[in-house]
Design a protein around this ligand. Structure first.
Ligand SMILES: [Zn+2]
Length: 215
């Protein structure tokens, strides 16, 4: 089932490690197949570099396993709530990337330190209220804070990025982790200048057609 999604998840698992966006088994990713209403999600505790297509778990949006021998990621609810609420989203990455996670410990958004923050779909990457990992509460907090945007920070935890497909979600995650790094580094020397709302509104419009839409 969903062979294309399994292939993509295995491929992007390696790319995400190579890009330095997470380590070992940290984070989790999924692809949603709108036609069948099923989600392909990475398994719990399998290192991305050795993950195989048969390790991917297929689930419905109510949390039932439809195919797969392994346990799905403990954050599956955080993925399914997004597919239930967002018709424009077919892929999601949840990462423990170093700099986004660093900012998340301040429980503050990533402000517009660079125009690339507009890849979030807004003038900043918002921060969700803290909840224990793997809980329904965390899924709800993340969904609420993200709203119609493409990304959200999870307090003292990491970053979620969504997109029309895996390629876009991955590319946006790389850009936002770069912005988080700029913010952390700039803060170590002084107070960065934040781009104004007018500039960021224009950038958001400009980025709206970024990436490849799902065919
Ligand atoms: Zn996590």
């Amino acid at each position: 089932m969903l062979e294309y999604a399994k292939k993509e998840l295995v491929k992007y698992g390696k790319l995400i490690i190579e890009a330095g966006l997470t380590k070992g088994t940290g984070g989790n990713f999924s692809i949603f197949d709108r036609e069948s209403s099923l989600m392909a999600i990475t398994p719990s505790g399998v290192p991305y570099m050795s993950m195989r297509e048969e390790d991917i778990v297929i689930m419905d949006l109510d949390g039932n396993i439809v195919e797969g021998d392994l346990k799905p990621s403990s954050e599956y609810q955080m993925h399914s709530i997004v597919y239930k609420n967002r018709k424009d989203v077919n892929a999601m990455v949840h990462l423990h990337s170093k700099f986004a996670a660093t900012v998340s410990t301040l429980r503050k958004p990533i402000p517009a330190v660079d125009y690339l923050v507009a890849f979030s779909g807004g003038k900043e990457v918002p921060i969700a209220e803290y909840a224990t990992y793997g809980t329904k509460e965390l899924a709800e907090n993340a969904m609420k804070a993200m709203g119609d945007l493409n990304a959200v920070l999870l307090a003292n935890h990491g970053l979620n990025v969504v997109g029309p497909n895996m390629m876009t979600a991955f590319a946006v995650a790389e850009q936002l982790e770069f912005c988080a790094e700029l913010y952390v580094r700039a803060k170590s020397m002084g107070e960065p200048v934040i781009l104004d709302d007018e500039e960021m509104t224009m950038m958001v419009k400009r980025f709206e057609n970024y990436g490849q839409k799902k065919e």
